[in-house]
Each structure stands twice: as C-alpha cells, then as structure tokens.
Ligand binder design. Structure first.
Ligand code: XBP
Length: 203
C-alpha cells in the first residue's frame, strides 16, 4: 500500500467558505461599483459555481442576460469587473469576515507533525489565495506548502485535471501517494481525472 506523502488542498469552499461569503459578495460590490444593476443571490451563485473561474463565470452569466453588452464588449467588461471583484475580495478577507473552516488548522498541524507535505491545487487567482492565506497563516504562509498551483498556472481550469497533474509533478510523487480535499463536483472530477483519491467536504 502506498504511504501518504502529500495532502492537496482545494481553496474555495474547502479551506474557507470563500464562495458564498467572499467571491459572491465581492462580485456584487463590483457590479455596483461598475454601475451594473446585476446582483447574484446565493441560489443563483450556487448554480453559477458549475463554471470554474470568476471571469469565466461572469461571462457565462452575461450570455444568459438580455441586458448584457454586445458580445464584442463583454471580455473587456468582464475583465474590469473581475479585477474590482478581486480587490473587494481581498478587503473582505482582510476584515476577517471569512474564517478557516472547522478542522482545517488542526489537519494542517497534523500534516506537519506526521511529515505529510501539503500542497494547494486551486484554479482561483493567485492574489486571492495569497490574501486568504496571509490573513490566516501570516506572511510566511507559502513556506507551509511544498507546492501552490493557481489559476494562472494552468491552461485549463477544473474540472480539467491539469492543476492536480502539475501539483503531483512538482512534488515528484504518484497520484496514490496523495489525497485531495475538495468541496464541489468540478474539483472532485479534476482530482479523480488525475487518479488522486479525494475526500469531499461539502461546503
Ligand atoms: C475556484 C473558483 C474560482 C473562484 C473565484 O475554483 O472557481 O473561480 O470562485 O476565483 P476551485 P477567481 O475551488 O475549483 O479551484 O475570481 O480568482 O477566478
């Protein structure tokens, strides 16, 4: 039987409830700041979470809206709203509004005590991961993780396995020497497609 060598953390919804209380709220603030009448409630945002990536999610939603700008203008608008969203998200994180989920800190501690390396495998933006982890683990947070793969590092976001394949490669281990922790179907599919066993903690 392979020995567990690494625990791979998803971020959004797994380390913290960042989607409902963070990205969704920040998107709504960004809509307001950009003069757009759109607001995403929890139910609608829950459905939109099928689309991975904040900008991709926004473009998907625009495609469903009669009041969206002409297709040629959507990319630029999505880019502007997404940049503002990430700034509002960092503000929310800094205001301590988004705690780590119960058990996260204890599990990190156990990994450290047992010599199990940790990695981050997320398709959110690096700046968002940095804001969250800095807030909870301090400015040296990256030192606790043997690898951090983020949205900018991959060509294809989850449910594509690329983020996990990159993490395994960087760690120099096989899929059965790792366990992934995920909260959502897309993340579960990504880890399974990389042949990594997955623990699902529903957010
Ligand atoms: C996370 C996401 C992201 C976040 C927002 O993916 O889907 O889109 O909602 O992040 P996962 P950005 O948890 O599956 O890694 O706005 O930075 O894209």
């Amino acid at each position: 039987m392979a020995r567990l060598k690494a625990l791979l953390w998803d971020v959004d919804g797994t380390l913290a409830e960042t989607e409902r209380d963070g990205h969704r709220v920040a998107f709504n603030r960004a809509f307001e700041a950009c003069g757009m009448p759109w607001r995403w409630n929890e139910a609608h945002y829950g459905e939109l979470l099928r689309i991975t990536g904040g900008r991709e999610r926004l473009l998907f939603d625009m495609n469903l809206r009669a009041d969206a700008p002409a297709p040629a203008e959507r990319d630029a608008l999505a880019h502007a709203i997404h940049a503002k969203k990430n700034a509002f998200y960092a503000e929310l994180v800094h205001s301590a509004a988004i705690p780590l989920r119960a058990g996260v800190r204890a599990l990190m501690q156990q990994c450290s005590e047992r010599g199990v390396r940790m990695g981050i495998a997320t398709t959110t933006s690096r700046s968002n991961v940095d804001a969250l982890m800095r807030m909870h683990l301090g400015p040296g947070w990256a030192g606790s993780f043997a690898v951090t793969v983020c949205g900018e590092d991959v060509q294809r976001k989850k449910p594509d396995p690329e983020v996990y394949v990159q993490a395994l490669r960087a760690l120099g281990i096989g899929p059965l020497e790792a366990v992934a922790i995920e909260d959502a179907p897309g993340g579960l599919a990504a880890a399974r497609a990389a042949a990594i066993p997955v623990v699902v903690t529903r957010s």
